[in-house]
Design a protein around this ligand. Structure first.
Ligand code: ZN
Length: 300
């Protein structure tokens, strides 16, 4: 089971988030059929968005999106307050050669472009203000550095971010995935910042640790070195989408009686695929007739 912790250190001036996301990333890869390099990129985005989401208050939906000129085209990830994420890419099968060191060339499929963070709130109470949108140029394309650059430059929060996806050759194709985000809050001691930066620079790969059974607390401990921390919250996290058959039916019904009658006469079915999770919903003749009958009841 994937887990995430939210902790504090140094009298609350340092915030630490850590997560294991192996199952979450495996589910995303299974649903979208992504190539290895795209899997690594999408997995890092999902993990980073999950961690970022757990530090931001007052949102219902947090979307992180890279719009880029590399082969993948765009990567979108969305997190909820409940610890679920979903996401997708524009081109699932883009695949460049490996880098000289044998690693996946994530920066190579991303290229340059813009990194967006979009916060939406107010759904619960039926109030929908304009979403808050922050953006920075893509500085690395390796994703973790882009999250850190966004936090430092758009939110004025100096941060250290590590995101990793270790792939295997057989299904579910993900051996380990996870990440750490350390944020320096106002008042953080310069000495502590330097210490953390130094520890992170020499840290082992998070994915190797997760493969060997490390928990989020183990990851946080590794990243903070000798600095003590307190875990404020631990929760289970997962890949989950908000789509459903009922929502697909409501969407078709929203087209109006004439349009539904035309679909029934011509195609005898309506097929919809959710962009976020790749789930396909099929409305057969009976489902379409039911929609038409319901119009009658509500005299639409
Ligand atoms: Zn969906």
């Amino acid at each position: 089971m994937d887990k995430m912790i939210h902790g504090i250190a140094a009298e609350g001036t340092v915030r630490v988030l850590a997560a294991t996301t192996t199952g979450m990333v495996a589910e995303a890869i299974r649903r979208h059929g992504t190539s290895p390099t795209v899997s690594a990129a999408l997995g890092r985005m999902l993990t980073g968005t999950l961690l970022l989401g757990s530090t931001i208050k007052d949102f219902d939906r947090l979307t992180v999106k890279v719009e880029c000129d590399g082969p993948v085209g765009a990567i979108t990830a969305e997190a909820t307050k409940e610890g679920t994420v979903r996401g997708f890419v524009k081109d699932a099968v883009a695949e460049p050669p490996l880098k000289e060191n044998g690693k996946f060339d994530v920066a190579g499929i991303v290229g340059s472009g813009t990194f967006y963070v979009i916060r939406e709130a107010g759904f619960d109470i039926g109030f929908r203000p304009e979403p808050y949108v922050g953006s920075v140029p893509i500085v690395s394309g390796e994703i973790a550095e882009d999250f850190a650059y966004y936090l430092a430059n758009s939110e004025q929060i100096p941060s250290a971010v590590m995101l990793g996806v270790l792939l295997g050759n057989t299904a579910p194709f993900v051996t380990a995935a996870g990440g750490i985000m350390i944020q320096m809050m106002p008042g953080a001691n310069e000495h502590i910042i330097t210490m953390i930066e130094d520890t992170v620079r020499h840290a082992p790969h998070v994915t190797e640790m997760i493969r060997e059974g490390a928990t989020p607390a183990d990851l946080a401990k590794m990243a903070l070195g000798i600095i003590d921390f307190e875990v404020l919250e631990e929760r289970e996290v997962s890949f989950a989408c908000t789509c459903s058959f009922e929502k697909a039916v409501a969407m078709v019904a929203g087209l109006g009686r004439k349009e539904v009658e035309a679909i029934l006469a011509e195609d005898k079915q309506a097929v919809m695929t959710c962009g976020f999770c790749n789930e396909t919903y099929r409305l057969n003749e009976n489902d379409l007739r039911q929609i038409l009958e319901n119009y009658g009841k509500d005299s639409v």
